[in-house]
Design a protein around this ligand. Structure first.
Ligand code: ME8
Length: 486
């Protein structure tokens, strides 16, 4: 048994969760469930990034003058969505919490003791959308290419972090631990960025009021990214001694948009504080929706909660992880969602379970009897999971699903019922044995479905109370796979 600490980014709360946030969080959940199933002790961290200027702007736009109250409501909303998606996080870190502040102060003290903080003047541009300082050469027609807004010109006295000091140690670490930044395309991006030269960064703001106050200087708040990255330590229990039980994190999942924060600034901060670096930071790709960038102004963000209400939690989890290679960009399409739902979930898996239960009811009076232990060789499953190739792992499982449907079609239990009842029983028992193996393989991905399949065939008797796994989408016209005629 080993320990496994996995994290997701803590998301901004200027809006509700969308499908991109759900994607990263579902992936982390699949891994957490997979490792728990293997007997590992798991710490799965989720949370929200509250101390941002965006929070203040969003609260104002919502007519809420009490920013903490706004944050509290958003915290509930985000947790509600994660619950609906079956996210089994162990801790939900909020950066306005007292325990997080304590961790931030302890961390800052360590960085200060290392001699890595000094006061200086920051003059330059700041993009509220990015919550980051930007350079004039990165703008397109004077606006931030990601947020299409004009950055603010700022000049203020700030505290700086000596990031430049960690340029060589970072390069050395990445060279010695190529698994630190994954996939490799992101590693090259991070290395190229570091090699262009690292400037020290301002880590406090004097113009902002909302945030964690700089210790001993009430006129400054800590820069939101510096505070936010520390959430991973908070979640692991820092600065309590026991935090070493969970830190370093084994895997930190992030989107490709924030790989520089996690592959450059974050490890430099940890080096400065004398703490171990996460073993791997993995950046997944980005979705568009029906070909268009997800954007608040376009109003095309898909609420995963609504999707769950329409199709069920497991269908959302399945589509997102089956359809896209983790690490690659993809396009979320409603049409594809429905096609995949109907073909893979309703027609292949749902139908397999339903017809097996129906045949046992019809031909064996619901009695399954003793089920032999059965295990197919799903050779690619484990390596695919180790490489976070969820699409491939699910592809392997679906080979088993398809194989079982073909087996039933070839054996024709509806004919065996007339010609060879003993063999009929053998065939159906064999199918149930394989379904129970499927239950194990599907558990991390489709927790509800997996549990329902197990319940259908529990205790040697078919349980018809469980119901249909994936109801057909009536309005959607696809040709169903051929059904056996009994
Ligand atoms: O960056 N496709 O929070 P954030 C796929 N608070 N994933 C997407 C996506 C898309 N179109 N859009 C967002 C922040 N994501 C900081 C993080 S961590 C210490 C602080 C996912 O609310 C993806 O995982 O902007 C991305 O990295 C994350 O949401 C950014 O969320």
């Amino acid at each position: 048994m080993s320990k496994f600490t996995v994290t997701t980014p803590i998301y901004y709360i200027n809006d509700q969760p969308h499908i991109g946030h759900a994607y990263c969080t579902i992936a982390a959940d699949v891994l957490a469930r997979y490792r728990r199933q293997s007997g590992d002790s798991v710490l799965f961290l989720a949370g929200i990034d509250e101390n941002a200027q965006k929070t203040v702007n969003a609260a104002e736009a919502a007519g809420q003058s009490d920013i903490q109250a706004y944050s509290d409501t958003m915290a509930e909303n985000w947790q509600k969505t994660w619950t609906a998606l079956g996210i089994s996080y162990d801790r939900f870190v909020r950066t306005t919490s007292a325990e997080h502040k304590k961790a931030v102060y302890a961390f800052l003290e360590a960085v200060q003791a290392a001699g890595d903080i000094y006061k200086g003047t920051y003059e330059g541009l700041y993009c509220v959308g990015c919550e980051a300082f930007v350079k004039a050469e990165d703008l397109v027609d004077g606006v931030c290419p990601d947020h299409k807004t004009k950055p603010e010109q700022l000049k203020e006295e700030n505290y700086f972090f000596k990031l430049s000091r960690y340029q060589q140690p970072l390069l050395d670490h990445i060279k010695a631990h190529p698994e630190f930044v994954q996939p490799s395309s992101r590693r090259h991006e991070v290395v190229a960025f570091i090699e262009r030269g690292l400037d020290d960064i301002s880590i406090s703001r004097s113009a902002q009021k909302w945030g964690i106050t700089w210790p001993g200087d009430p006129d400054q708040v800590i820069y939101v990214w510096f505070d936010a990255l520390i959430n991973y330590l908070t979640g692991a229990g820092y600065p309590k001694g026991s935090f070493g039980d969970w830190w370093p994190a084994d895997l930190q999942l992030v989107g490709k948009d924030i790989i520089k924060f996690h592959g450059v600034i974050w490890p430099a901060m940890l080096m400065s504080a004398g703490l171990a670096l996460p073993k791997t930071v993995f950046a997944h790709g980005f979705f568009t929706i029906d070909g268009t960038k997800i954007s608040k102004s376009l109003g095309n963000a898909i609420d995963p909660l609504e999707l769950t209400l329409e199709y069920g939690n497991d269908a959302v989890r399945y589509y997102l992880l089956r359809e896209f290679g983790f690490g690659h960009d993809g396009d979320f399409s409603h049409e594809r969602f429905k096609t995949v739902y109907t073909a893979d979930l309703a027609n292949e898996l749902g139908n397999l379970v339903q017809r097996t239960a129906a045949m046992i009811n019809k031909y064996l009076d619901g009695q399954i009897g003793n089920v032999p232990a059965h295990s197919h060789d799903v050779g690619e499953f484990k390596p695919a999971m180790a490489e976070l190739r969820f699409d491939r792992a699910l592809g392997e499982v679906w080979e088993l699903v398809k194989g079982l449907n073909q087996y039933i079609d070839a054996e024709k239990p509806w004919e065996l019922a007339k010609t060879d009842p003993p063999h009929l029983k053998e065939v159906l028992t064999h199918v149930v044995a394989d379904l129970l193996q499927l239950v194990e393989l599907l558990l991390p991905f489709l927790p509800e479905t997996s549990q329902k399949i197990a319940a259908t065939f529990a205790d040697g008797v078919v349980n018809t109370q469980v119901g249909i796994l994936f109801p057909k989408l009536e309005e959607f016209d696809v040709t169903p796979v051929e059904q056996p005629k009994s």
